[in-house]
Every structure is written in C-alpha cells, then in structure tokens.
Design a protein. Structure first.
Length: 484
C-alpha cells in the first residue's frame, strides 16, 4: 500500500510539472511562432515574464489556500509575500511590453522600485512568527502589489528620468539579487515548512532574483536574457509544484485531524455515558445498601416503613439490574408518579436524609426509570450540595397541560457560575466536590421525555429544580387533534 501511494504521488507530481511546463512553454512558443518580432531575445525575455508570472501567481494562490486549510502565522506571511511579488510582477511585465519607451527613459526609477519590492519581501518574511499578519494574506499581497504597480506606472509616465542612476543599474541589480538571497534565507529559517519545501521555495526566490538582475530594467540582447528566461521557467515549475505539494499535504493532514477529532468525540461520548451510568449505579447502590443494613439490623420498627423499604429495594434492584444490563426502560407511557417517586424518597430516607413528600395521585407521560433517575439526581444534589439534610418534593398540575415535579431545599443555594454555564458537562460551583454530571444528564433526560428541566436559586436562599412532563390528558387531546 505504501509503495502504491508513493507511486501515485510521484505520478501526480510529474503531471503537475507537465502542466506548469505546458502553461509556460506552449504560450511562449506560440507567441514566438506567430509574432516574428518576439524572437528577439530582449522581447522574448519580457514575453517570458508575462507568461511565467501568472503561473507564479497561481502557485501563490495555492499557498494562500494552504494557509486556509492549515493556519500558520509563518505560512500566512509567506502567502502574502508571494502574492505581492507575483501580482506586481505581472503588472511590471505588462508595463515593459506596453511602454518600452518609458522603461528605456526611466531605468533609475525602475531599479529603485525593484529595490523597494525586494526590501518589502525581506521585511514581510522577517516579521516575528509571534506577530500575526494584519488582514487577509491575499488582500494584503494584492493591495501591496497594486500600490507598487500604480507607483511604477506614475513614475514611468511622469517621473524625472534620474540620468545619474542609468550607469548604476548593474550595481543596483546586484543589490536586488542580494536582497532576494536574504529573503530566501529568511524563508528557509523563519517559515515553518518541511525542509525540502523550504529549500525549493528559497531556490525559487534566488532564480527570480537572478532573472531581475540580468534583465531589469531593460533586457540585453545577449545570453543573459536567455538565462533569465530559463530561470523564470524553472522557478515557475518549482514554485507551482512545491505549492501544490504543500496544499496536498495540508489537505491530508486536515483529513487525518478531522478523523482523529471524530474518534476523540466518539471516545469522549462513550466515556461520558460510562461515567453517567456509574453515577446512577453508585446512587442506586448506596440507597440499596443503606436500606439493607437498616432492615438487617431491625432498626426499622414500623411495619409500614419496612414495607415501603422492601418495595424500594425491589424497585431499585430492578432498575439497577436494567442499568447494568445495557439500559433502562425507555418506553414513554402513562406512569403513576407516586409509584415512581416513592422508591426514591425511601432510598434517601434509608440514607438518613429527610424528604418531605405526599402522595397526590398524579399521572404523566414518561419513562418510569428515566423519571426516577431525574428525581434521584435532584435529591442527590440537595443532599450533597445544599448543606442541609432536608428536601421537599412537590407535584402539581399546570394550566399549560404539563405536570411539574419540583425538588427544593433551603440550603446554601446554587452558584451563579453554574447557572450561567447552562447545565454544561462538568459545570459545578467553586466549592463543590461534585463531578458536574448530574444536572447535565438530568436535563438531557427531561428533553428526551418531551419535557424540560429548570433550576433557580441564589447563594444563601436555597435551590429549586422543576421537571415538567406532558400530562396524560393533554397528550391524549393532542393525539386526537392530530388524528383528526
């Protein structure tokens, strides 16, 4: 498989090289064949710039897409720098072909602007990796390219010729090459790229700097123009293929990262589910253990109390068995809330807690196991976090067709930071020793039952949590209405 993948990558790389070569050579030879005047070496060098710089801009755009797929400060600066360099290069190539007289009359200004371009390139690559580029790299690069191109056009059309610099253009060209070399070194050392890619892009800058030194501002009618054409062609091929390889690798890394994130999300969900089940098992087991010890010790003298405790043991043991076997009874149906709440009240009483509750004969739609879980969680929160051993459970019908089960206490109250986090997983107060699981799970269960869970309270004034469930009569009326 690895060998096959390597062969596929090599084939893709060769196809990319072939496409870039065709992009540059086919138009170049077509122009030479159709327009005999372009066979002159100076003109050919300028035509070569006009054809290769769009290919270079295409590579710069690939680098920009690479920064969008794999955000990195160094890569963003490189994308902005290359978009700037190639966009102004296209405008410069057009200017030299469209206004040859202006370029012959203003070589000093053109070389000075070449120095400015090279200096800006060095500055963009020399910025610290910790400093984010200002704005989008594509817009920054294009903006700078437009400014330089407009300034170059203005100086060529109306600027003073600067005759004193005409004889200094070779030295200025050599200084441009040095600045390009500095930019290449900065690219290799400061931009976080794989070593082969960094060296290749550095070589591209050296080739472009060499081409500028040999042919700017006026290409000579000798072998230097031919060397510049070859340097532009090789630089375009090397730049585009390297940018394409970087983008492909970024896409593969992004796909792998998304796969790993998906696996992590699945693992986290499973861990949360396991912790939630353990949370419920621990609560049920504590009630069963306390009740069993009380019954075994004979401490429960009242016959009715013993009967309620035995019924609680049977109900909680059955629910615990269902939890351990793979899941509770999730079927939503009409349930007797007294039969659902009574075992939870008895379980907490067996653990030495006082729960004030009276049977009212209310019915609602829901799952008995799920409603018992929610009530148990709310009673556990009262016992563990309120600072008091007394809780109240009240059941009432509401005018909106729901039944409300309210669990409240007069304790220390729930913290504002927990309410502000809206029952998020792990949300708990600063002084709480809980896990931040119960309320998150209870709210999800309430939503699954077609109801809701709301919590109110403030420090020092207690906490009140209300579970609402569809009332049986309301649900029946809705069903009849839908059926009609």
């Amino acid at each position: 498989m690895l060998v096959g993948r390597w062969i596929w990558r090599e084939q893709a790389r060769l196809v990319g090289v072939g496409l870039v070569v065709a992009w540059t050579l086919v138009p170049l030879f077509t122009v030479f064949w159709m327009e005999p005047a372009t066979r002159d070496l100076p003109v050919a060098a300028m035509v070569a710039d006009l054809i290769t710089y769009p290919a270079l801009l295409m590579g710069a755009l690939l680098l920009y897409v690479h920064t969008r797929v794999s955000p990195d400060i160094g890569s963003a600066r490189l994308a902005a720098a290359t978009v700037f360099l190639t966009s102004q290069g296209i405008a410069y190539a057009v200017l030299r072909l469209a206004m040859p007289e202006g370029t012959h009359e203003h070589p000093g200004w053109l070389m000075l602007l070449d120095l400015v371009v090279a200096g800006l390139l060095v500055g963009m690559l020399a910025v610290s990796d910790r400093r984010r580029p200002v704005g989008d790299p594509l817009l920054v690069g294009l903006g700078l390219g437009v400014v330089i191109s407009a300034l170059r056009l203005l100086l060529v059309t109306s600027g003073y010729p600067l005759p004193n610099l005409r004889d200094q253009t070779p030295w200025l060209g050599f200084l441009v090459l040095i600045l390009y070399a500095v930019a290449a070194v900065l690219l290799v050392r400061r931009v976080s790229l794989p070593s082969p890619a960094g060296f290749r892009l550095g070589a591209v800058l050296l080739l472009l700097g060499l081409s500028h030194m040999l042919t700017n501002p006026i290409p000579p009618a000798d072998a230097r123009s031919l060397v510049a054409i070859v340097a532009d062609l090789v630089g375009a091929v090397l730049f585009c293929t390297t940018a394409w390889a970087l983008l492909q690798e970024a896409l593969r890394q992004s796909a792998r990262s998304e796969l790993l994130q998906d696996l992590l999300d699945i693992a986290e969900a499973e861990v949360r589910q396991d912790r939630t089940v353990l949370h419920q098992v621990a609560s049920a087991a504590a009630g069963i253990s306390s009740a069993s010890q009380l019954l075994a010790s004979g401490a429960v003298g009242d016959a009715d109390a013993r009967q309620r405790m035995v019924q609680m043991l049977a109900a909680e043991s059955a629910r615990l068995q269902r939890l351990s076997a793979g899941g509770p009874d999730d079927e939503v149906r009409e349930i007797d809330l007294d039969q659902t709440i009574a075992p939870m009240v008895a379980a907490h009483a067996a653990r030495g807690r006082t729960v004030e509750w009276q049977s009212r004969g209310h019915h609602a739609l829901g799952s008995p196991d799920r409603v018992a879980e929610v009530v148990g969680i709310l009673l556990d929160n009262c016992a563990d976090h309120s600072g008091t051993s007394t809780a109240r459970v009240e059941v009432s019908d509401r005018s909106d067709g729901t039944v409300a089960i309210t669990v409240s206490d007069g304790g220390r109250g729930i913290g504002h930071e927990v309410l502000a986090r809206d029952f998020a997983w792990g949300a708990r107060g600063r002084d709480s020793n809980g896990q931040g699981i119960g309320l998150h799970h209870a709210r999800r269960l309430a939503a699954d039952l077609g109801g809701s869970l709301s919590v109110t309270g403030s420090p020092g004034l207690g906490t009140s949590a209300t579970l609402t469930l569809p009332a049986v009569a309301s649900a029946v009326l809705k069903g009849e209405s839908l059926g009609a």
